[in-house]
Design a protein. Sequence first.
Lengths: 283, 274
Amino acid sequence: MSDTTTDRRGATASPKISVRDVKKTFTLKNEEFVALGGVDLDIADNEFVTVVGPSGCGKSTLMNILAGLDEPTAGEALVDGVAVDGPGPERGVIFQQYALFPWLTVRQNVEFGLKTAKVPRAERRERADYFIRMVGLEQFADALPKMLSGGMKQRCAIARAYAVNPSILLMDEPFGALDALTRVKLQEQLLDTWSQEKRTVMFITHDVDEAVFLANRVVVMAARPGRIFDVIDVNLPYPRTEDVRLSPEFGELRNRVWHSVYHQSTATAGSSDHRTASSSPTT
Amino acid sequence: MSTVTDRTVSTPTPTTRTGVKRSRLLGSRSSVLVLNAISIIGGIGLWWVLALNGFQLPTPPEVLEKGIALAQQGILVEDIAASLGRVLSGFLLGSALAIPVGFLMGWYTIGRGLLEPWIQFFRTIPPLALLPLVLVLLGIGEIPKIFVIFLAAFLACVISTYQGVVSVDRTMLNAARVLGAKDGTIFARVVVPASTPFILVGMRVGLGSSWATLVASELLGAQRGIGARMQAAQIYYDLATIFVGIVLIGIFGLVMDRLLLLAESKLTGWQERR
């Protein structure tokens, strides 16, 4: 499954993902907009990193660059030491809007990537069924997406991404459109899946609780220009249960991340609500 | 994701008329059918009454008799065959060309840039308005008639296909790309199915306008065909035959539309409806 050069966490081995001084600018109506103003980030193999930040901080842009759906204006994104050039099956992507193919059943959706990779029919079916079971959709394998709830759709999308056996999962606010309860359940399920099938995960969210609950490391980004504002290690044990979520350590970390996210947004003129504040943050 | 497809030309089920009684009427298909039947019988009754009261109309039985007589002489079958042959060949050719052209326009900037001005220009001209020109250039045989029908079907379908291709959800295209699909695969397995609802709507509109164009083109010089029969009957003041023609045009139009609707519900049942 995973690569040979790995040892558990960052330190000695070369990083799975490394982002080197990535800049991205858009020109909108002759005005230059800096989505990313020089981002550096290393993610170790099998690490679970969450990225939080206010809207406009470029977190989705960063993910799109890693996915190969977008190109940096300057700098480079490396996966296993090789510069990203277009999308590739080793990087699975999960979108907020599920992006299932509505004319295909759950199973056919999960098989989509296997079919493009010309995996023989029997094996395709077997692998699809394995991942469908993993996300608990076996009873809906032959259902069309329109029959599924939002949470089930996203589970299908997760199975679809896993089926092509990527070593990296890039998730762009995957639970953003779901209700709070479904969200918590899917978070637990995702960690469950991740512990069975270890992958390097970059998970984008705007939900501070979610960011802390899932991650080994939380990356906080700031807007205008989009940049990394803070990186906070989450030294909580896995499996993360409800007890972890209710523990004082969790609360402390959440407060730190919360502060980091919202303190900066007051410094960067007027993007979101919260406290009318003064000093610019120092990191 | 909201696969909002153009539902405007869709089922005219009149279930939601009165806001208040809506919930009671909604879903009771049989009561709608009963109302439909009452309406049809009432309409024919009204026609009959008018015909018997000095309006110069043939009565329903007279029309029916005429229809049977024409059928027995074999004229009716000949006319229907001629008309259906024209409309189907024009419609099928038109749709068959419209789909690839629509895809070309939606998928490639070059295709769009080169083709769109012409399509937009001809779209504003009713195909019938080209008939005088076409008759001069192509003579008075079958070809000019089929050509205008072809044009009618083509223009309706090409716009709709093009719309379908450009409105394919970008995220869905990205999802296919990250699953390793290349352009060809994305086209065949994402763009084509995603635009099927649009294509079918275009075909339905195209069929309606083909049918309308057919009858009108037959009125202008044809030996056979429903329109030609009506034109001939006009000279002899044969109102019953004209009525037979009108009823046939209506029935065939309706049947063809229903067939496409059926195809639509079979092929695009995956759509999420709100």
